[in-house]
Design a protein around this ligand. Sequence first.
Ligand code: NAI
Length: 568
Amino acid sequence: MATQQRLIRELDFPEAPLGMDLLDRPELNKGTAFTEEERTHFGLHGLLPPQVEILDEQVVRAYEAYQRKDDDLERHIFLRALQDTNEVLFYRLLLDHIEEMTPIIYTPTVALACEQFSHIYRRPRGLFVSYPLRDSIPQLLRNRPNKDVDVIVVTDGERILGIGDQGAGGLEIPIGKLSLYTLIGGIHPERTLPIVLDVGTNNAERLKDPEYLGWRHERVTGQDYFDFVDQFVQAVRDELPRTCLQWEDFATPHARPILQRYHDQSLTFNDDIQGTAAVALGALLGVVKVSGRSLRAQQIVMFGAGSAGIGVADGLREAMKGEGLSEQEARGHFWVIDNNGLLHSGRKDLTPEKSVYAQPEGRISAWPRTSNGHVGLADVIGKIEATVLIGLSTVGGAFNEAIIREMARKVHRPIIFPLSNPTTKSEANADDLIRWTEGRALVATGSPFAPVNYRGRTIPIAQCNNVYIFPAMGLGVVASGARRVTVPMMLAAARRLAGNSPALKDASAPLLPPLTELRRVAAEIAVAVGIEAQKDGVAPSISEDELHRRVQATQWTPAYMTGAHTTI
Ligand code: NAI
């Protein structure tokens, strides 16, 4: 009787679903874990097999089913279906197998899911804000499944990972990313909202695919595009003024102007630009200690000058200035290369953000050039003593044997980060880098690589992925009540990540903490972010103890509660 009364009290909300309606609600559904009392109360007898299980038992069965899948895309489809059926079980399964499953729900497998979106589509999740409905965006936002939203991840699908324009299929990226906001950052799953701005696609394959589900139209461009984005941002501000809006996988010509326009008007950040910078900086700050040279003494070659490449260079430059270099001195430490070669002052095609890194033409006038007049990666490596080589170019295999051997000939512990995703776009694979440098290279990659066995040593390969930063940034912003995301908040996140590098204690350990540690590290980073937000005057002033308490209270853990009211 007491139990029944407790259940009824817990169900004291007007729209308590019963029977199949309850089982169809992934945020409430417990499946076979509904107890006898709950089954009686919610009209579930007969709808479920008689055996009552606990979450641990469900996880075992779900993992068995997962292992029966033949390839990574099938595993991805399985996990997404579970997410749409029982959210607590989905997140508990992920948490128990975080290293195995993160690459399945996010990069690299999510790239396949984007390409195949129209063929593997099952159930709606998130919002499609398509250009033909541009005058109804406020209404579309009001149709969102949950009223309160802490974090939105939005893409327009134009520059998905390293695989280009995927149109509406790009929605898989915000879905995957928000799963990590929950898994690692602990942002409540019901308080996240994935969105795709469907402005068409220029991907010929998608356009001619009869099953393509997006708006079948070439991309909207120019002022029409920016007006549409403006309508969207305005609607978010009106409808969800306290929600953090994270931009994801926009093409560079759109990503930067959008960030510049909104970063000091809204609670917003671009993960490709700022998150990548913070994680690369975090990895680098850890690794420079191992290499024995401070950050300000590094010569950095950046291969790729898109959103990510310039974003990382900007973050490293700020950190070098923090170590005492002047702006001009810091700039001199960067050798940035795009598809027209090294950025230098003789080039007429440089955007303002690239011009910052233009080396004086006089410094390279006697250097060799390719037939079209470019100074390429091999030329730069041949001419300078590069200590750090970072790839954010999407050019798979660009760090070839000759280039790496030349770099390693001049530097004892070369720092080499091929960061492009997915794996096929990685500028080098970890095994080659270790062999070509006789085991001396300090390597972090964008996509996951297995540890490398070299002359009796097992060398772990850190995955330098934004996942180290964005879930923690989301947690920090939500817990601290920040109204903006500032550059010092990003730098604080990077420093706290660097402080967690296992290589600081043991030079043979990985450069970044394992995924299994990430919930704890995210909480630490969130506190650092919150403290910095207060210093910057963009968050209400609270004590550090109170901030810790709020971070802990915000971090959601997948567990069933008594009654149907499982996750809210
Ligand atoms: P983007 O398309 O904006 O930039 C690519 C850059 O590479 C451009 O500057 C382009 O000129 C340059 N490039 C292309 N071909 C080249 C060549 N043959 N030689 C020299 N430069 C060349 O792309 P974005 O957003 O900057 O991303 C780049 C890559 O970084 C992608 O693969 C993406 O998945 C990856 N990435 C990885 C992250 C991580 O956490 N590991 C985070 C963000 C991006």
